[in-house]
Write a protein that binds this ligand. Sequence first.
Ligand code: HEM
Length: 220
Amino acid sequence: MEEVLREEEEESLEQYRKRVSAALNPNDAGEDEDGKRYSTADKTNDTNGSLLLMAEAVMIMSKDNILASKLGHQGRVRMHWVLQASAATCIFVGFLIIVVNKNINNKNHFQSWHAIIGLVFLIFVGITSSGGVITLFAFRLKHYVKPAKMKLLHNLVGIVTFAIGVVTEILGIYTLWFPKRASLSAQVICTVFVVLGGIFALESAVKSAYVRFKNLRQGI
Ligand code: HEM
């Protein structure tokens, strides 16, 4: 009796997971063994490691960062752009590998929300990184754009970019690829960790954007 109940419980959990995945991957539907429709996972997993790199690159700018406690502002900026450039390179290479792999296997592109928002993330990474280069040379370009304005703009767009990366990561956890390899509780735990990590990483960036905005308004 107990075994039957456990089997029923497992089955309804499995169906719940498939429903969540189907909702998040609307165009990537297939059929399972019972003929019910479900979504196949998109394996655009390139955000995983590079988002961690990006989080550290954002946090390195904070005065409370232990790893950069001995660095001055210039040292932090250098670490920031080296880490961000590495993260951006990983994301672009990962994206290329996925596109080529899908082409080889004759699979459709951008069929899940994870893949679509992942593409938006990739575009934002390109825009933010280009803005970062302008921010790096802001003083030399001061005749064209006020350095304080450029820093605030890069800071704000950087926050949005990182947040999109976090959303992409969470959507990745809810593709069918993930629950095929882990339990529902692992899915929930990973989501909580990614959300908390995202908030923690952005805390100092949001504070410095606020200070930059206040200083600009007061003409400092
Ligand atoms: C997607 C990639 C990037 C993101 C998400 C990003 C995000 C940010 C954020 C949030 C800050 C403000 C941090 C704070 O003050 O607490 C910042 C500062 C800065 N970033 Fe980036 N960044 C990226 C790429 C780059 C690149 C590629 C460069 C240069 C080549 C760069 C150059 C800078 C500079 C120079 C500052 C500091 C400005 C200052 O206060 O002097 N960033 N970035």
